[in-house]
Design a protein around this ligand. Structure first.
Ligand code: AHM
Ligand code: MG
Length: 327
């Protein structure tokens, strides 16, 4: 089979979708380029002075890693110049970033976690960039309002992630299935390696940080017991959502980050983590829930809103929802 590059795939998709414009394809192209730049640095992490923390604490109250800052800068620099965006929101930035007037303005909004799982980077374990793309509702060229950005996940026009693992992978959906591309470092291109990804209806692995058990309510504890007591289920937890999600997508199963007494909203961010992965999982035939309902139906109250997350194989997520319904 001839190698299909992600650019060829996008152009083919653009031809098949009448509403797809060159602007959107250009946006993805620059996003992919940003991912390649981040991958290049991460691949040499132990050789460059990019390991460890900066000593700062971000808007989320978490320690900022040097590589968080680098990945965030790469994304902001390139994407502000791409011509397709009017605004961006990053996990590392407190406020909405409006594209400066000296750059061409587009109609899309980019939400991203520049480096998910960054506490793993010092130990050379997978990390990734998660992104979500929305279309603005306001008039082209006018100042974007926060309300335009706070859209429910079902309105995303595209979502995906770049996983920096043993190989670098791009997993992307523009609403027509999920497709995976692997970076061929020799060619310098992402090549289509996983067309039409589908998640099994029922899984093999459950993935949760059960050291927080003592902070959980009855529903979360019962959910863990449900999977723990089943035959053929094994446990896996990387501690980088993007990596745990990737395994769940390929092998089936469930990833859980329930609410806790200390964190009633859970830990994960709705806009830059839960919603884009929920979009992908549904496109692949799976489900994503906050325990009580579909993640993609929730409208975030603010840019950094958090949510509990149960995501993966449809039957596994349904089992958790049944447990939550009793409480
Ligand atoms: P980050 O985006 O700052 O890296 O934080 C989110 C990460 C997720 O990737 C991961 O699943 C989770 O935090 C792990 O949290 P915990 O250490 O509480 O298990
Ligand atoms: Mg994250």
């Amino acid at each position: 089979m001839a190698d299909i590059t992600v650019t060829e795939h996008l152009l083919l998709h653009q031809k098949r979708t009448p509403q797809a414009t060159g602007q959107f394809t250009g946006l993805l192209y620059d996003l992919i380029l940003s991912g390649k730049s981040i991958a290049r640095r991460i691949n040499r992490a132990g050789l460059l002075d990019i390991l460890g923390g900066t000593g700062e604490v971000n808007v989320q109250g978490e320690n900022v890693q040097k590589m968080d800052v680098i990945a965030n800068r790469i994304m902001l620099y390139r994407m502000e110049r791409c011509g397709a965006l009017c605004a961006m929101s990053s996990e590392e930035e407190a406020d909405l970033i409006r594209v400066a007037p000296e750059f061409p303005q587009g109609d899309y909004i980019l939400i991203f976690d520049p480096l998910d799982g960054s506490s793993n980077i010092d130990v050379n374990v997978n990390v990734g960039t998660i992104f979500s793309i929305l279309r603005r509702k306001g008039e082209h060229g006018s100042e974007v309002t926060l309300k335009e950005v706070l859209q429910p996940g079902c309105q995303q026009v595209a979502a995906g992630y770049i996983l920096y693992g043993p190989s670098t992978m791009l997993v992307l959906s523009t609403g027509q299935g999920v497709h995976g591309f692997t970076l061929d470092p020799g060619v310098g291109e992402f090549l289509l390696s996983h067309p039409n990804m589908r998640i099994p209806d029922v899984g093999r692995y459950y993935s949760v940080n059960d050291s927080y058990w003592r902070y959980w309510d009855g529903a979360a504890r019962e959910s863990l017991e449900f999977f723990r007591s089943r035959e053929n289920y094994s446990s896996r937890y990387v501690g980088a959502l993007v990596a745990d999600f990737h395994r769940t997508l390929l092998c089936g199963g469930i990833y859980m980050y329930p609410p806790e007494k200390r964190k009633p909203e859970g830990k994960l961010r709705m806009m830059c983590e839960a919603a884009p992965l929920a979009f992908l999982v549904e496109q692949a035939g799976g489900k994503a829930s906050d325990g009580y309902g579909r993640i993609l139906d929730r409208t975030p109250s603010h840019l950094h809103a958090r949510t509990p997350l149960f995501i993966g194989s449809s039957q596994d997520v349904e089992a958790v929802e049944k447990i939550y319904a009793k409480y």
